[in-house]
Design a protein around this ligand. Structure first.
Ligand code: TXA
Ligand code: MG
Length: 353
C-alpha cells in the first residue's frame, strides 16, 4: 500500500506548487490521477516503460489495451507520432485542446508497453487547466487511461478515483467534478475514410460536417459483443463501465420504455432483488422501484452524459442488485451515452414496443 496524496486545486487556476508536487511524482516514475474535461485520468510518464507498466498494474488493466497519450502542445504530436496526415493537423487546429483522440502511426521514442506493441498511438490534448499544467510541469507526454479499476465506470470526481485506487497510486489532483462526463471520441486517422472507434465528447455529427467522409466503426453501435478479431479498438475486447449491479437497458419510443421499465422492475422485485431505475427528469415520476435516479433532462444530453458514471457508481453504494436503465436516442452525446450503457449492461438490451 502506498500513501495516496490528495492535492486539492482550483480547476481554473491550479496552485502551481501543488501541480509541481504531482509532476515530481510523474518524473520519478510515479502515478498521478488528474482531472480532464472528460473524466479523471491516471497518468504516468509515457516514455518510461516501468512507469507505464505500473500504471497497468495499479488499474489491473489488461496489457493489450493501450492508454491515450496526453500532450500540452500540438508540436509534441510529432515526437510521439510520425506521418501525421494534413487532415489530422486540421482536426488538431479545430478540436484541440478538447475531447478528441487521434490514432496515428507511432514514433520509436514511445516504449512498446505504452502502445501495447501496436504500430499506432492514441494522442490527445485535454481542455483542462490542471491536466495541461501537469503535463507541462512533468515535461513529458503522459499516458493516461481513465483513473478507475479496469471494468468499472470511469471516474468523474476525485472521490471516485480514491474509491477505486486509494493506496495504489501516488497522488490525486482534485479539481472537482469533470464537465463532459464521458470520455473523448477516439478517431482513427490512419485509415481512409477516418473511423470513429469510440464515440465521446466530440460529436460524430460535428466530425461529419468537418470531414465529409467519416465512418462509425460498427462496434460503436453494436447491440451485441463484437467478435474479438474484429475489434479495431483494443478496449472493445474487455468488460467495461460495469457497476457491481446487473444492468438492463430498455430501448425504443419513450412511452413504450416507461411501461417496459416498470414491468421489468416489478419482475426483479418479485424475485427478491433490490432494483434501481436509471431514468431521466421527464419520466422519473412514473417509476416504482427501490431506488429511482435521474440522469437529467432529455433536452440536455450534456447533463445526462455528465452524470452517467456517477449515477452508476451510486447504485452500487446503495447495494442495488439490478439496474433497469432507460435508453436515449443515438444522436449527439446520446451516441456516447448509449455506447457506455450497452456495454455496462453487457449488451443486455430489451426492446420496448
Ligand atoms: O477522455 C478520455 O479519453 C480519457 C481521459 C483520461 O483523457 N481517457 C481514456 O483512456 O478514456 P482509456 O485508456 O480509458 O481509453 C482509451 C481508448 C481505449 O478504448 C483504447 O482501446 C483506445 O483508446 N486506444 C488506445 N490506443 C489505441 C490504438 N493505438 N488504436 C486503437 N485504439 C486505441
Ligand atoms: Mg477507460
Amino acid at each position: 500500500m502506498k500513501k495516496t496524496v490528495l492535492l486539492k486545486v482550483d480547476p481554473q487556476a491550479p496552485d502551481i506548487e501543488k501541480v509541481r508536487v504531482a509532476a515530481r511524482f510523474i518524473r520519478s516514475g510515479g502515478l498521478v490521477a488528474f482531472p480532464t474535461e472528460t473524466v479523471y485520468g491516471l497518468g504516468a510518464d509515457a516514455l518510461n516503460a516501468t512507469a507505464v507498466l505500473a500504471l497497468f498494474e495499479a488499474k489491473k488493466r489488461p496489457l493489450d489495451n493501450p492508454p491515450i497519450v496526453h500532450i500540452c502542445d500540438v508540436k509534441d504530436v510529432y515526437r510521439v507520432a510520425q506521418e501525421v496526415p494534413a487532415m489530422a493537423e486540421e482536426l488538431m487546429r479545430l478540436f484541440w485542446p478538447g475531447p478528441l483522440t487521434l490514432i496515428l502511426k507511432r514514433s520509436r521514442i514511445v516504449p512498446d508497453v505504452a502502445v501495447a506493441g501496436l504500430d499506432t498511438i492514441a494522442v490527445r490534448m485535454p481542455r483542462h487547466s490542471v491536466a495541461l499544467a501537469l503535463i507541462r510541469e512533468s515535461q513529458c507526454p503522459i499516458s493516461a487511461p481513465s483513473a478507475n479499476l479496469a471494468g468499472k465506470p470511469s471516474p468523474t470526481t476525485a472521490k471516485h478515483v480514491l474509491d477505486d485506487l486509494d493506496g495504489r497510486i501516488d497522488a490525486v489532483l482534485d479539481g472537482g467534478p469533470t464537465v463532459v462526463g464521458v470520455e473523448s471520441t477516439v478517431l482513427d486517422v490512419t485509415v481512409d475514410p477516418p473511423q470513429v472507434l469510440r464515440p465521446g465528447g466530440t460529436l460524430f455529427e460535428v466530425l461529419k460536417e468537418v470531414l465529409g467522409g467519416v465512418e462509425l466503426n460498427p462496434a460503436v453501435t453494436a447491440e451485441r459483443p463484437v467478435p474479438v478479431e474484429k475489434a479495431r479498438s483494443p478496449g472493445l475486447k474487455h468488460k467495461h463501465y460495469a457497476p457491481d449491479a446487473d444492468v438492463v437497458v430498455v430501448e425504443g419510443e419513450l412511452s413504450a420504455i416507461v411501461g417496459k421499465v416498470n414491468e421489468l422492475a416489478m419482475f426483479y422485485m418479485r424475485r427478491g432483488s433490490r432494483v434501481g431505475v436509471l431514468c431521466t427528469d421527464e419520466t422519473a415520476g412514473f417509476y416504482r422501484a427501490d431506488v429511482v435516479k435521474s440522469l437529467g433532462s432529455r433536452s440536455d444530453m450534456g447533463s445526462v452524459a455528465q452524470s452517467l458514471f456517477a449515477r452508476l457508481r451510486e447504485f452500487d453504494l446503495e447495494s442495488v442488485d439490478v439496474i433497469v436503465a432507460e435508453g436515449v436516442p443515438l444522436e449527439g452525446l446520446g451516441l456516447a451515452v448509449m455506447n457506455r450503457l450497452r456495454r455496462a449492461a453487457g449488451y443486455n438490451i430489451v426492446k420496448a414496443s
